[in-house]
Ligand binder design. Sequence first.
Ligand code: MG
Length: 158
Amino acid sequence: MRIGFGYDVHALAEELDLVLCGVKVPSTFGCVAHSDGDVAIHALCDALLGAVALGDIGKHFPDNDMTYKGIDSTILLSRTIEFLKTEGYKVGNVDITIALERPKLRPHIDQMRARLAEVMGVEIGAVSVKATTTEKLGFTGRGEGVAAYAVALVVPAV
Ligand code: MG
């Protein structure tokens, strides 16, 4: 088995959609991004790519490529899963932590897990999503941005 780690940050601004783990979370502000700004999926893709040493999300889906303008990040995730398959691996389990001051994500966590499991083609039990505030400290605490961390274990597909 192999392990990978991913990290991503996006700035927050008023009147944008807040999409996390493929779920649109009710909010008056959202992520500033070239894609749909799904910071959690971006961290997850980097973790999966890292596990098979295939570089990072920016290498495969450049943010200066108009193909990816406003793209649904679940599409990037399903393509990342295809890259894994090409390398002979499948997802073992993944674990994501989202750092965001507000809104509270707890009511949406199970929907996020279900959506990611569906896109990756794994059992929901293989997908963990957690959320934390940063106690009003730093850029996340001030509500200026959102950060996501992900780890992924991949196993031979056989
Ligand atoms: Mg990103």
